[in-house]
Design a protein around this ligand. Sequence first.
Ligand code: B12
Length: 212
Amino acid sequence: MYEYEAISQTVIDGDTERTIQLIEKALKQGFLAEKILEEGLIIGMNSVADKFKHQKVMIPEVLRSTRAMHAGMVTLNSSLQKSHKLEETTVFIGTVAGDLHDIGKNLVKMVLASSGVEVIDLGIDVSVKKFVQTVRKEKPQYLMMSSLLTTTMPVMREVIEELENRNLRSGLKVVVGGGPITDLFAAEIGADLYFDDPFRLREYLMEQHRPR
Ligand code: B12
């Protein structure tokens, strides 16, 4: 679909104004916010990631694309199909210590919040101590951690170990995700769940919390 491609391209170009303009236009024309997110913004950002990997773009360009992506997400947010299916669910989410990447984490937050989940965002560069203290104080159902760097992946293991040492694991599901995270790594560190995609995570939650 031409509209999605054009939106992807604005993210690749880092043209924030045009990202907003095209999304507003697409929404007016009746395109679904979720589709714009998946087939426009995410595909655009993934293409930037690929170009960065092959050194076809440098950090300043990536930052421009990040800004466009962020503005696009903000523009879409109020139009995402809202449902209240997961209203009773509470989630704390954060990017682990040493890691400043937040696009993936923000996507997870946005997709879950649109289904009624109460998502409390601890931000980026979240220390082990902060994660553990939050669980102790707030007793959420889910603790979600994001890591985009191989060097910060071990922080997830430390958080889980600390939670176990302090007997804070019961009734809590730890969910991990981010570029370098795999099913195998999640199992190795004792996480309960791993998803590479916020939409699949949402489906899982819907299934778990379906009235029976
Ligand atoms: C954008 C970007 C940046 C931006 C971040 C801006 C921001 N606000 O986030 C900037 C320019 C600041 C940056 C900086 C750096 N970056 Co960078 N960055 C990227 C890039 C190009 C894209 C990441 C992204 O946003 N992707 C799009 C989103 C949608 O995808 P995602 O984050 O993976 O999230 C999806 C899933 O993983 C999942 N998900 C994510 N989190 C979670 C959490 C849960 C609970 C769940 C269920 C799912 C989930 O859902 C999302 C949607 O599907 C990647 C390349 C790549 N291949 O990922 C490199 C990359 C991650 N960066 C890299 C590096 C090395 C760095 C720097 C060290 C660069 C430097 N030399 O200074 C610094 C580190 C700064 C720090 N301390 O964190 C490397 C990491 C390599 C490694 N082996 O660890 C990568 C892989 C690039 C590369 N190929 O070399 N980066």
